[in-house]
Design a protein around this ligand. Structure first.
Ligand SMILES: [Zn+2]
Length: 113
């Protein structure tokens, strides 16, 4: 399942980044751009299934922050939010220069004292 793979990936990254303190993670915040098609509820379910097996993380909290899609308009050199898949700036110019919305990243890790 897609979401399980994402959760495992997150923990693998954390293990590599924080080999000493990996087991003391209290809270993880993950930012997901809307273009990633991430369903926070499905990630949470996958996360809960993961900690059932990895019980050392049973008190760890996961938060998913969805990031809007932002595109750049080369006509008026500004950025605009893409809503409902409408890649059109307020000036009327269409643009598919994505500056935000494709990322899936760990944005914050809080450790237990
Ligand atoms: Zn524009």
């Amino acid at each position: 399942m897609h979401e399980i793979a994402i959760v495992k990936d997150i923990f693998k990254t954390l293990e590599q980044t924080y080999p000493e303190t990996y087991e003391n993670i209290d809270k993880i915040t993950v930012q997901a751009g809307l273009l990633c098609n991430i369903q926070p509820i499905l990630i949470q379910n996958a996360f809960e299934a993961f900690v059932l097996e990895e019980t050392r993380f049973k008190e760890t909290e996961l938060e998913i922050e969805l990031l809007p899609i932002i595109a750049h308009c080369s006509q008026c050199e500004s950025q605009f939010e893409v809503r409902f898949h409408k890649f059109v700036c307020v000036c009327g110019q269409s643009s598919d220069q994505i500056v935000q919305g494709e990322e899936l990243r760990i944005s914050q890790v809080i450790f237990k004292d």
